[in-house]
Design a protein around this ligand. Sequence first.
Ligand SMILES: Nc1ncnc2c1ncn2[C@@H]1O[C@H](COP(=O)(O)OP(=O)(O)OP(=O)(O)O)[C@@H](O)[C@H]1O
Length: 635
Amino acid sequence: MTTAHPMPPREAPSPAPDEPPAPGIRPLRALLQQARPYRLVLLGSLLLALAASGCGLVQPLVARSVLDALADDTAVTGALVLLGVLVVGGAVLTGLQSWWQQRTSEQVVRSIRRDLVFRLIRLKIPELDRRPPGDLVARVTSDSALVQNAATQGLVMITNGLLTVVGAIVLMGTVHLGLLGVTLAVLLGTGALLGLILPRIREAVARAQSSVGAIGAALDRSLGAARTVKANGAESRETARAEAAVEEAYQAGLTGAKYVALVQVLSGVAIQAAFLAVLGVGGALVASGDLDASQLIAFLLYVFYLASPIASLLGGLGMLQQGLGAIVRIEQVRHLPAEDDVDDVADVDDMADTDDVDDVDLTERVAPAPHTARSTPAPPVEFDGVHFAYPGRGPALRGISFTVPGATRTALVGLSGAGKTTMFALLQRFYEPRAGAIRIGGQDIARMSRAEVRRRIAYVEQESPVMAGTLGDNLRYAATGAGEEDIAEVLRLTRLDSLIARLPDGLDTEVGNRGVTLSGGERQRLAIARALLRRPEVLLLDEATAQLDASNEQALREAVDQAARRCTVILIAHRLSTVTDAEQIIVLEDGGIRAAGSHGDLVGADTLYRELAASQMLVPAVDDRPPGPDARLAL
Ligand SMILES: Nc1ncnc2c1ncn2[C@@H]1O[C@H](COP(=O)(O)OP(=O)(O)OP(=O)(O)O)[C@@H](O)[C@H]1O
């Protein structure tokens, strides 16, 4: 029975769970961290790239020796063979390096996506409450691809380009220092301009990616409520909403593309300008006899040769900027508070640091508990001075205290918005109370892992969500090891057996997206069957029979009565007829307990309860009392 013992608010045991941490994300560091597990592979890729570049780098020298040999009329065969080997060898090494690098980049994106999927599925409910799923999905699918290229190909291109440019500069210095000075002057002038352009690419990419997220969010909203959209003729409005994000992504993409093109133009111009400058100065030197023609040709070949590593360097820097724009959005998700106690395995942070990424098997982390018969008695459930407020809202629960004895039924009734569903959410640790404690079997749930709390509870939500898949998949969702007999029993109890018998594929029938091929009542019965199959210690039913016809509702009541013999049942009901025989009824109003007792007690003792009962024809209307406001009775 209820113990009306309001308690003074107690300090919450942990910091407010809804406060996002101030992450102070450092994009470059975060990006390098993604590449860290693959450093050896990337080094291999770099060495292959350098070897390929080396083959190219010495070609001008060999070409020069061929020219010198021809001029001196000495043998050229050896030099020609070497040139051939360098050309073919360089091409083979380039191919190998490309495959090696692509493979690594696929591994990087796989690792990022696995990590994000792992975290997103475990995000705390308050985080999920305020983030559109479409935007979160875009981070896994689209942002990860940008980081993939930056963390592998981009880094290799930058390092390779840089080393090759330095190597070429050293070799050019050995040919002629004066001409090297001319070349560097031209290149450094262009480099200064590039320093201004590259950060713009990053900004444009960040803007484009956040618009891609907005497209996902807009579509998620429209497709998730497709029937509402169509029924209200809101197709144009929904299209316009998504199109605005599409346009923004286009504009940002265009800006980024302009800057990338400008970088390419500048790198081309830099090489041409360096070539012309060297040709002019070098030609004058050859004319004055201060330089050999072969020296000038070798130097010019180096200048042309520089085009490739410079393009590689700039391409890599462009990719890096794109990756830096996208990694921020990925890091934002990685810094969101996740439930780290819902699996039997180590902390979620292990995931990002995994070196041997190939060996990570996520299915091991998420294996559901096996279906076993429970022998422990049904535990009592106790709310003890519980206070709670949703972020940015006023109090939703104000000092709730009551006890549900084990193996009994307690009903929560009250006007819409009184806080009934919120109590269920706290009981499953979707949110943490601001003060007070909730106990199951005398144990404070704040001191139990979430996995443990949720293992003991089965919850039938207000909307009875059914997941895409087969009827059987949905039924066994939380009780994978359930036997045929158990399944047959819950199907009979929930009267789903006749539906299954009618369907040609029986339990293998696909239910469609969110169970769209089932009726509302069938979905509700399926959700109840799923909950019963778990054999929970505590069964929470939120308006679980609201969509059932009278005959099915009666059957379900009997099923719940039967379940109550072996588990503690708390049910939320607007239709009081479904709870009149509950051992205890709690009447909630504005987040507080207004009255508690049996149906008989409350009809006599509580005016609100009596009004509710009278409005549902459970008791005669009381004429000598002014009727309550209509809105209060609109349940
Ligand atoms: N995720 C949320 N974020 C912010 N406020 C919320 C959230 N969920 C519910 N609320 C608010 O908290 C209050 C209690 O809601 P709750 O769903 O617990 O009421 P309820 O008694 O179950 O109502 P109903 O009978 O209509 O289902 C309401 O004012 C509601 O608007």
